[in-house]
Structure formats: C-alpha cells, structure tokens
Design a protein around this ligand. Structure first.
Ligand code: PLP
Length: 446
C-alpha cells in the first residue's frame, strides 16, 4: 500500500464544505470519498484505502454493495422509484417486510419502514406509547439512538449533541454496565450488572419514575457510538425480566449492531434475550437510506392514519434492501462462520496489541463489531483522546480508514466479506500506528 498523498484538491473541497454545510461531525483526517469496491475505498485524489469502517456500518458486504444490489437499484429506478407507499400499495416493500419477519424471533409480524435509525427509534417511541398507553421512556447513559428530538432525548453520549436542543419528552436514563469502567466502582462484571439493575429498581422505579408510567426501555445490545461497550449477559437477562415484570416493552436498537455484524442477524441473540420491538437501519438498506421498526404481532394494531412517512418503503431503496436481505437469508450460515473466523482473528491481534502497548487499555466486541480503547496508562485508564486522533490519522496516511467511538475508542468494523490478506494488512497498519503513537516511533501528536 503506497503512502497517501493529499493535495490542494482535497483541501479545497473541505474548505467549500465548511463554507456551505451546516454543522459537521467531521473532525478527523481529510478523507474525501469518491468511489469504492469490496475491501477498498478511494478518495478524490485517487488514493486507495482499506476500509475498516464499512462507512459507519453500512457496507457489511463490501464497499458500495455488490453487483446484485447495484443492478437491482438500476432496474428499479428504470421501472418506478417511488410508489407513495403510505397511500398506494406496492408488492416489493411487502415482500421485504415478509422476509424481514422471517429473520426475527417467533411472534414478530409488524414492520414499519422509514429512512434512518433515528426515525426507526422515533417510530418505536410512538408505537410503545400507543401500545402501552404510558408516556415515559427509559434509556441508558452513554447511549446513541439518533438526533431527532424523541431519539435525542434518549441519546446521551456527548453533551454537544444535546446542549440547547431540549427540552426532551419524558425520558429517564439508567446506568449501562460497562465492565471496563463500571460506574459502581467494581471490576467484577457480574457485580456491575447487579448494581445497574439495582439502580433501576431503587433510584428509578422506587424514587423517581414509577414503572407504571414507563412505556419502554430502549437499549443498544452493544453500545455503538458510546464506545463499543458489551454489557454482561446477566444484565440483559435481568433487564428483560424487569421489563416483563413491570409491563414495560423492551426495545432493542440494532441500528449499528444488527444485520449480521456480530455474527447473528440481531445482536440481542447473543444474550439469549428477545425484545418486544427491534429497530434497524444502516446496513439494512444495502447502501441506501432505510429504517425499520419491527414489533411483536401481539402488541396490536395501529389506528389508520396514526403514523406514516412519505418516503418509507421507497422502491429504489427497498430493491437494494431486499436484494441484500435475500443474500443474507441464503448465506446466513456462511456469513455466521465468516464473522466468527474474522472476529476471532481481529480479537487475537487486538489482544496482542493490548499486551504489547501501554496505550491499549481494553479490547472488546462480539463477532466483527470490535474495538480498542486507548488510555494514557493501563493503571489509571485516563482516556487517551489526542492519541486516539493521532492513531486514526497515522492509519489514514498509511492507507487505512477507521472511525472513532466513545471518548478514546477506535472501532474495527471492516466489511464482513473482507479478504484475509486485506484484513491482515489493515491490522498491520493499525498496529504500526499504535506502536508509533505509543512512543516506539515518531508520532504526529509530538
Ligand atoms: C445504535 C444507533 N441507533 C440510532 C442511530 C441513528 O441512526 P441515523 O444516523 O441513521 O439516524 C445510530 C447511528 O449511529 C446508532 O448507532
């Protein structure tokens, strides 16, 4: 992989972006996306990068989808792009919903289609209020559920995302058990899980918000934007019990963790827990914007006219999504074993990095939803924020794009289909960058 060259061409596009676009979340290296195929992304200069980001968990089966997905979109665009699915019927979205339901646990049978993750969660908030006739929604600190007002009420990763946007509707937050940084001061994952459940029962149900008023508990099975945090299995099972015992719906936000990323269609499957509602987006659209809210059939029906959205079920989008989903259905076992194999390989290398470098504090993940957290030193675990930026930048200039999460975490989420050689090459670039920033070489933060 040759060294990356950035010229005035890139810097001019970035300047124009800053001049005209509203807010930005782009604070990192200057990657200007131009094209992509399989394991690789290319920038506006023609530089070639191995992709360890799947473009924020979208391209689970290769950058820019595969030929079947692209052809399905082209064919559909020629026939009819938009069918006004909220007012007229169309077969394709119905077939897609039927397929989606087949991938769900038994008993699921209602699908609402939208355009994004935040919308899928917004829809789930509304549905849970409708079904339970209760108004409060519970979420977790350090969660990310989107940026529209309802979903943003649940989101609590960074103050910049919420500051000056409130008030938010009837939301309460509980403590997500983070085994590496347990808020309750224990290093024992099980104790951390128990303390989190206890917090909900004592500080929320008994002191602030009655369970009788809480419609739903929203949870990411693995916290994504918050830093790829995997909670103890026991916690998720206890939470399920708590929800059931109190007549509260459990909503699993699978926007980032779902769609085979962890090796299962739903990340919640790893916990042996079934939620009442699942929300999905990102990869489910096969590269195009799609959100889906999938509920248990027993929850009931929504009154006609009570909820809709113009673009939900857009035919071009669903052509991509259905083609991708059919690929997943046909190759489910193969994908599962690929994720297991690649996930093991990634974790083994990350563990080695943790053993070798002081700044790698924790490595974690399920399947191919993996990450490493950088710290100033292993003992005090102070987040190595600047160092994380330096590692990402070093990776970029050596031909690897990866994304941050949480305060000082780097997510490692290549396309599931990445070739073994490219996975090794990407991990080598990552390790070289860490080595450099760790002090065994020259670093860009120096
Ligand atoms: C778990 C989770 N939920 C919801 C969202 C919001 O999705 P979108 O950006 O499509 O609105 C995200 C986005 O990162 C996410 O990771």
């Amino acid at each position: 992989m040759t060294k990356i060259r950035i010229t005035k061409k890139t810097m001019d596009i970035i300047k124009r972006d800053r001049n005209v676009m509203f807010t930005t979340t782009r604070e990192h290296y200057p990657f200007v996306a131009k094209s992509g195929r399989g394991d690789f992304a290319y920038d506006a200069e023609g530089n070639k990068f191995i992709d360890f980001s799947s473009f924020i968990s979208i391209y689970n089966f290769g950058v820019n989808g595969n030929a079947a997905i692209r052809n399905a979109i082209k064919k559909q665009v020629d026939e009819l792009m938009h069918s006004a699915f909220t007012d007229y019927y169309a077969e394709l979205p119905v077939e897609f919903a039927e397929n989606l339901v087949k991938m769900m646990p038994k008993g699921f049978g209602r699908v609402f289609l939208s355009n994004s993750g935040t919308e899928a969660n917004e829809d789930a908030i509304k549905l849970s209020r409708l079904f339970t006739r209760k108004s409060y929604i519970m979420g977790f600190f350090n969660a990310f559920h989107g940026r529209s007002i309802g979903a943003l009420g649940l989101t609590s990763t960074k103050i910049a995302q919420r500051e000056r946007f409130g008030p938010f509707p009837n939301v309460v937050h509980a403590v997500y058990p983070n085994p590496y940084r347990c808020e309750f001061g224990t290093d024992n994952a099980e104790d951390c899980a128990n303390a989190s459940i206890d917090y909900i029962e004592r500080n929320i149900f008994q002191r602030t918000y009655s369970a009788k008023e809480i419609a739903a508990i929203f949870i990411e099975p693995v916290q994504g934007e918050g830093g790829y945090i995997v909670p103890p299995v026991k916690f998720m099972r206890e939470l399920r019990k708590l929800a059931t015992d109190n007549g509260i719906l459990l909503v699993s936000d699978e926007v980032q963790s779902g769609y085979m990323r962890t090796g299962k269609f739903l990340a919640m499957e790893h916990f042996g827990v079934t939620a009442d509602i699942y929300t999905m987006a990102k990869a489910i659209g096969g590269g195009l914007p799609l959100g889906a809210t999938i509920a248990k059939k027993e929850l009931g029906d929504t009154p006609p006219g009570s909820h809709a959205g113009t673009f939900g079920g857009n035919l071009a989008v669903i052509a991509a999504a259905n083609t991708s989903l059919k690929y997943v259905m046909k190759n489910r076992r193969k994908i599962e074993s690929t994720v297991k194999k690649n996930g093991r390989k990634i974790m083994k290398r990350l563990e080695q990095m943790k053993d070798s470098y002081e700044i790698v504090g924790d490595v974690r993940g399920i399947g191919m939803m993996t990450a490493l957290e950088l710290v100033k030193d292993k003992e005090n675990k102070v987040p190595a924020v600047k160092e994380r930026e330096a590692v990402l930048e070093e990776c970029f200039y050596n031909g690897l794009i990866a994304l941050p999460a949480g305060e000082s975490t780097i997510r490692i989420i290549p396309p599931i289909t990445i070739g073994e050689n490219n996975l090794d090459r990407g991990l080598n670039i990552l390790e070289d960058a860490i080595k450099k920033v760790n002090g065994q070489g020259k670093s860009r933060v120096d």
